[in-house]
Ligand binder design. Structure first.
Ligand SMILES: Cc1cc2nc3c(=O)[nH]c(=O)nc-3n(C[C@H](O)[C@H](O)[C@H](O)COP(=O)(O)OP(=O)(O)OC[C@H]3O[C@@H](n4cnc5c(N)ncnc54)[C@H](O)[C@@H]3O)c2cc1C
Length: 319
């Protein structure tokens, strides 16, 4: 069976959930082989084995981590040439999509981004126009390169752990690949909430929240549900919530099981970042707000009244 290469996203060996999703999907398509860049393989090995990685191509050279994404695309291009995998799967993160695009150019292959599923025959499924249209596409040239949205498929461990056999890979990064250097790394302060793009539930607030202080309501509901907090651009531009929580065209793309939009009108640029969420709930005092065209459940009401009641009810049921 041909290998399906999966680029591992990790923080010093802690493997991100989206990678476990990709490995789960890769098992259905061929033989999963992980590509691990940077230090931390020992910490990650067990997790990768648990999710079925038979082989892990490990590249630790400083050249690969000291520069922005270009060297990783060069590494993957080498693996595509040497191993002739059936496909390459990456996360639909900012880095994942940029690496995928560069890899496609280097290998003369087709690339499909933001897939929500990949079926037999490497048919990628994308969800567009507010989730109203499903597009199924295949790559017809080169090695199929597919980026998948986080939360598109549940991560399921393999029946029995695979070998996760380490294969060291050396790559000579070109001068062009070293043009954008990493000069500093800043660790974003971690909240106890899940990471926005990986969370199974997201509660977002918009202009209707009214103030930075009122975001405590959104956080309270999020905490009751174990959710991440998102925000519309109107809310982040107003300085009510940090920009890294913005959902939408110029923010993050999320695809959780449940998305609760509070005081958000549903502008097309906001929808672009959340329309593939599995279940969408909106709380808005305007029954004509465009967000209601998209929702599975809508509550017409003042969020300052609805959210405290909802949070209290959830807490009561959890007690
Ligand atoms: C190039 C470009 C890129 C953009 N990128 C993004 C992006 O990435 N993400 C994004 O979100 N936007 C983006 N925008 C902005 C987008 O067009 C909208 O302006 C923005 O999404 C509106 O945010 P909002 O829904 O919070 O505010 P509004 O459109 O002002 O809606 C507020 C809603 O709150 C409701 N409301 C008010 N008070 C209450 C209350 N007490 N209880 C309940 N409901 C209440 C109102 O009925 C209204 O529907 C972009 C725009 C451009 C031009």
């Amino acid at each position: 069976m041909a290998e399906i290469l999966v680029l591992v996203e990790h923080a010093e060996g802690t493997v991100k959930k989206v990678t476990l999703e990709l490995l789960t999907k890769a098992r259905a398509l061929g033989e999963p082989a992980a590509v691990f860049v940077g230090p931390g393989f020992d910490a990650a090995k067990e997790r990768l084995a648990e999710y079925g990685a038979t082989t892990v191509y490990v590249a630790e050279a400083a050249d690969l981590t000291g520069y922005v994404v270009a060297p990783v695309a060069e590494l993957l291009a080498k693996l595509v040439a040497d191993q002739a995998p059936a496909a390459v799967l990456l996360a639909s993160s900012a880095d994942g999509k940029e690496i995928a695009g560069r890899l496609a150019i280097k290998t003369g292959s087709g690339v499909l981004t933001d897939a929500v599923d990949v079926h037999d025959g490497l048919v990628a499924e994308q969800s567009i126009f507010g989730g109203s249209t499903v597009v199924k596409s295949t790559v017809t040239q080169g090695t199929p390169i597919v980026t998948m949205r986080p939360n598109s498929t549940p991560p399921v461990p393999a029946g029995s752990p695979a070998a996760a056999e380490r294969v060291d890979v050396q790559v000579k990064v070109s001068d062009a690949g070293k043009l954008a250097k990493v000069i500093d790394q800043v660790t974003v302060e971690q909240s106890s909430r899940p990471e926005l793009t990986e969370a199974a539930i997201v509660v977002s607030g918009g202009r209707g929240v009214g103030s930075a202080d009122n975001f405590a309501l959104i956080e309270g509901l999020a905490d009751a549900l174990g959710a991440a907090v998102g925000a519309s651009r109107a809310a982040t531009d107003a300085g009510w919530y940090p920009h890294q929580h913005q959902v939408g065209q110029t923010g993050k793309t999320v695809s959780p099981q449940l998305y609760i939009a509070c005081g958000i009108s549903g502008a097309i640029q906001h929808r672009a970042g959340m329309q593939t969420s599995k279940t969408i709930v909106a709380i808005n005092k305007d029954a004509e707000a465009p967000i209601f065209e998209l929702v599975d459940y809508g509550v017409v009401g003042d969020l300052h009244q609805v959210i405290p009641q909802l949070t209290a009810e959830i807490a009561k049921r959890q007690a």
